[in-house]
Each structure stands twice: as C-alpha cells, then as structure tokens.
Design a protein around this ligand. Structure first.
Ligand code: FES
Length: 218
C-alpha cells in the first residue's frame, strides 16, 4: 500500500491502482469519456486530466492511465484543469455537435459554444467499442482505420467482417449510441457499420449471443 494526497486529502491506495480508481473510491468525481471500468484504459480523450506534483515537479496527467505513486500530490479540479477540460469539450462539441453525451458534458462544464470549426461526426473515437470487441468478445472484428482527421472505427478494409459474431456488444457499450440498434432484428443477420453480419447462436441453449431481448425489434 502507498500513501498519497488527493485534493488535500491523505489516502492510502493499492500500488497497482490508477489515480482515477483511487479518486473514485474516495468519492472524488473526475469526468471521463474513453474510460470503461471493464476495459483497459488508453488515455485517449484526456478529459480526466489532473495536476500531479511529484519530486517537486508538477505535470498534468490523464488520471485513468496514471498509476499512483508514494508521496504524490494530486489536484483534480484546479482552474487550470477546468480550462483544459473546457477546451477538450469545445473540440468535441465541434466534432460531434449533435451527440447528447457531448452536449451533457458541455452543460456540466459550463461550455456553451465552441470556437472550433464545426463538423458533423457521430463518433468521437473513444475506442470503447474496439476494446470491448477485443477484450470482452475476443474477436477483434473492428478497429481504427486511417489516421488523423480521417480516423474512424470500421471492420478491416471497411468490409463485412468474417469474424464478427453479431453479438452487438459494440452497440451497447458505445457512449455515443453511434450504431443504429433499430436495425437489429431477430432474423439471421444484423446491421452494423452499414454491413450485414451473420448472427451466431449458442449451440447449447439456442439463443443468440449477448444482445439483450429488450434491444430486439419483432
Ligand atoms: S477518460 Fe482518461 S483519457 Fe479519456
């Protein structure tokens, strides 16, 4: 166990924990977007940024990927941190102005507008769907393609994946609700990423994998 300070509060933490995990255990709220507790954190959105002072040096770090260290002092909500988070949300608001999850975040952080050039994307590239497909389902049917502004989540070569089992996990974990669940039916195929996939059924109980009944249309 190691000792550190978060927002002036002395805490004891497991040496394997991240700043985000310890802060949450202590009831300290840090906003996140690309973090999912069931998945490996990747530090993509930077919304969870905090100030960390260690050995007399202060840096900003993404709390979801930063491990706790002995004697570390963490500040989660300084003016500087709030400004960084507001700028991140302005960028997200420009990229995905229609997304409810981004609008709610903007409201919460007091961001009313964005100075950045508006786009109309429906995915902010948090990668939760990609990690869930890899780490939970274990098939790697989707991934990031292209680079920079053309980066997007698709099956390889943007073609119907031959390893996708049609479980719908990507659709249920997506915080943006980017994928259209209305097109999921009880038929043999489902529609995701504008492609048809064969749905797989359990050979023992006969039900399809994972998608809850409440998501299915008749
Ligand atoms: S939640 Fe930590 S970087 Fe996205």
């Amino acid at each position: 166990m190691i000792k550190l300070t978060i927002d002036g509060k002395k805490v004891t933490a497991d040496a394997e924990a991240t700043i985000l995990e310890v802060a949450r255990e202590e009831g300290i709220e840090i906003p996140t977007l690309c973090y999912h507790e069931a998945l490996t954190p990747i530090g993509a959105c930077r919304l969870c940024v905090v100030e960390v002072t260690e050995g007399g040096r202060t840096r900003t770090m993404a709390a979801c990927v930063a491990p706790v260290l002995e004697g570390m002092e963490v500040v989660t909500n300084s003016e500087k941190i709030q400004n960084i988070r507001r700028t991140i949300v302005q960028l997200l608001l420009a990229r995905c102005p229609e997304l409810e999850v981004i609008r709610k975040l903007a409201d919460k952080l007091g961001v009313k507008d964005t100075p950045f050039k508006p786009e109309s994307e429906d995915c902010f590239l948090c990668g939760i769907c990609v990690r869930a497909c890899d780490e939970i389902v274990g098939v790697n049917a989707i991934g990031f393609t292209n680079r920079g502004v053309r980066n997007e989540v698709l099956p390889p070569f943007a073609e119907a994946s031959n390893v996708c089992i049609g479980c719908g996990t990507c659709t249920t974990v997506c915080p943006a609700r980017t994928f259209d669940l209305e097109r999921v039916t009880k038929s043999e195929s489902m529609h995701t990423f504008a492609k048809e996939y064969r749905r797989d059924y359990c050979s023992i109980c006969g039900t399809h994998y994972m998608i809850p009944e409440s998501y299915l249309s008749e």
